[in-house]
Design a protein around this ligand. Structure first.
Ligand code: FAQ
Length: 313
């Protein structure tokens, strides 16, 4: 009986737009859903550093290199906020990282595709950050305080990422025929995975109902996907590129684009671990964890030394 009362009060709070904070009562299912979604998001940020990190040494000039370095560093920062926000739910990040490294935890499907040319870096900023922002501006209005607040800052940084990606693509499409072809090829390879990264269609999305009822997710996967398509197709046309979907057309009555069928078999295969780069991403992530251990240990030793010094003073 007490639980029902607590649940009603919790749901009334959400309905009136008051944020849920870490020490507030929450149903176990709400906590579990948040840990699942926020940790998958945190993992996506740090695995997402890998395909772009691959191009830092090969960026075409110093300006591009500095921008890409800053972007990849931002993704590490996003991971940090998100692991910290997840820890407010009583879970330890070491445990979450173990789940990632053992292959138990999911991270975004999109990062299991290779970055073959410099144009892929443009396509990631334009399409992947573009899709992520479309999703995350909605999540910034969500019910769990620490997650929604993390989204505000992350979205601001990702808006910059998105523009730098589009600017790379624009620059390439104004270049030689080869550069234009490189930009189109990147769009061809990244378009469908970017559409898919927004999650399975609503009829195959088991978590959406509960998450939307508790305002963790504010909109369905398909609704966000439609908005992303409506915004991105004209951007492609503006720089002389074409999305690789022969059925894409504007429906003048609804004012929305209609797209061809999405290959959901490919999506489910990638999230099961069978995408082109799943094994490499996991291997590189585990190596980064091992190689970074001494830095974490040194930082902890330094922090302990500072505490001791303060105690003496
Ligand atoms: N990849 O019931 P739903 C970024 C799983 S950040 C892998 O619809 P939900 C920044 C899902 O977990 C990108 N798995 O799930 C950046 C579930 O499995 P489970 C990440 C996926 O949670 C840019 C099952 O399918 N963003 O890109 C994916 O209601 C550039 C059924 O699905 C976030 O994580 C997928 N794409 O909706 C970094 C945002 N989609 O756990 C570097 C937060 C679904 O039951 C460079 N997350 N699954 O075993 C969300 O908004 C949601 O979790 C969705 C999925 C929309 C991703």
């Amino acid at each position: 009986m007490e639980d029902q009362k607590q649940l009603d009060a919790f749901e009334a709070k959400i309905a009136s737009g008051v944020k849920i904070e870490p020490k507030d009562w929450m149903p176990e299912a709400y906590r579990k859903q948040l840990v699942r979604m926020m940790s998958q998001h945190a993992h996506s940020e740090i695995v997402g550093m890998l395909p772009e990190g691959n191009w830092i040494t090969r960026a075409p000039n110093l300006r591009r290199k500095a921008i890409l370095l800053a972007k990849v560093q931002d993704e590490a920062g996003h991971g940090l906020y998100l692991y910290s926000a997840t820890e407010t739910l009583g879970v330890d990040r070491t445990e979450l990282l173990e789940q990632l490294h053992s292959g138990k935890a999911k991270y975004s499907s999109i990062f299991n595709y290779p970055t073959l040319t410099w144009a892929d870096i443009g396509a990631i900023g334009w399409l992947v950050d573009g899709a992520a922002i479309m999703n995350q501006t909605a999540l910034a209005r969500g019910s769990y305080g620490p997650y929604s607040r993390a989204m505000v800052r992350i979205c601001k940084e990702e808006s910059f990422h998105n523009r730098q990606g589009y600017e790379i693509m624009m620059h390439l499409t104004q270049g030689t025929e080869e550069q234009k072809a490189m930009a189109q090829d990147a769009l061809n390879r990244w378009w469908w995975p970017s559409i898919m990264m927004l999650g399975p269609s609503d009829d195959q999305s088991p978590n959406s109902d509960q998450l939307m009822r508790w305002k963790v997710k504010m909109e369905s996967n398909d609704a966000i996907r439609q908005r992303f398509i409506d915004r991105t197709v004209p951007q492609a046309e503006f720089i002389g590129l074409k999305v690789p979907d022969s059925q894409m057309k504007m429906n003048e009555t609804t004012g929305h684009y209609e797209h061809g069928p999405i290959n959901w078999d490919e999506f489910f295969d990638v999230i099961k671990g069978n995408g082109p780069c799943n094994a490499k991403r996991l291997k590189d992530r585990k190596e980064a964890d091992i190689n970074g251990r001494w830095v974490r240990e040194a930082a902890m030793a330094f922090a302990a030394k500072r505490v001791k010094e303060k105690e003496v003073a």
